[in-house]
Design a protein around this ligand. Structure first.
Ligand code: ZN
Ligand code: ZN
Length: 176
């Protein structure tokens, strides 16, 4: 046996041992981090690290088989998507009379002919039926009740009466 062979063997063994130890440590850290991205429970993080520490590569394999399917960020994203979808459904208006889907800019329901909105008599801006003044041009409006009929006894739309908002607006202009 040539001199120095033992030394080379020793160096090789040490190298292999260090490499294995590094892999082992890396596996523990990886499993710990991976579990942390999938669970908020600190006990579960620790448990996973201990399992990989004790069982090594088989432990890691078992962990990968059994770990929670979705990461926390994936779960969060999915909940956001569901929320957005739900909001979209809620925001889509329906006809109060027949319940069919309608559009925001429709004046009447095409299914049951229920009055949905009215156009401003001055600027054609779409108004909710109970509104008696146009928020855009402040013109007084024909008043519809919520069931879509014209409210003939409305006290808001007498042409001789000045719109209350006009008086307020003029007053505020004078103060400034
Ligand atoms: Zn309808
Ligand atoms: Zn208007």
């Amino acid at each position: 046996m040539p001199a120095g062979f033992d030394d080379i063997l020793l160096v090789a063994i040490v190298f292999v041992v260090v490499m294995l130890a590094a892999f082992w440590l890396a596996m523990i850290i990886w499993a710990y981090r991976d579990m942390r991205s999938r669970s908020r429970d600190p006990l579960a993080h620790l448990l996973v690290a201990i399992i990989v520490f004790l069982l090594n590569a088989p432990g890691l394999f078992i962990y990968i088989l059994l770990r929670p399917r979705a990461t926390l960020s994936e779960t969060y994203e999915r909940s956001l998507e569901e929320e957005a979808l739900l909001q979209e459904i809620e925001e889509r208006p329906t006809c109060p009379a027949c319940g069919q889907r309608v559009q925001h800019d429709w004046q009447a329901c095409p299914h049951c002919h229920h009055r949905l909105k009215k156009a401003c008599v001055n600027c054609d801006y779409l108004l909710e039926l109970p509104w008696n003044i146009c928020p855009r041009c402040t013109t007084s409006q024909v008043n519809y009740t919520s069931d879509g009929t014209i409210a003939t006894n409305s006290r808001h739309v007498k042409p001789s009466e000045p719109a209350p908002i006009d008086a307020k607006w003029v007053a505020s202009q004078q103060v400034e």
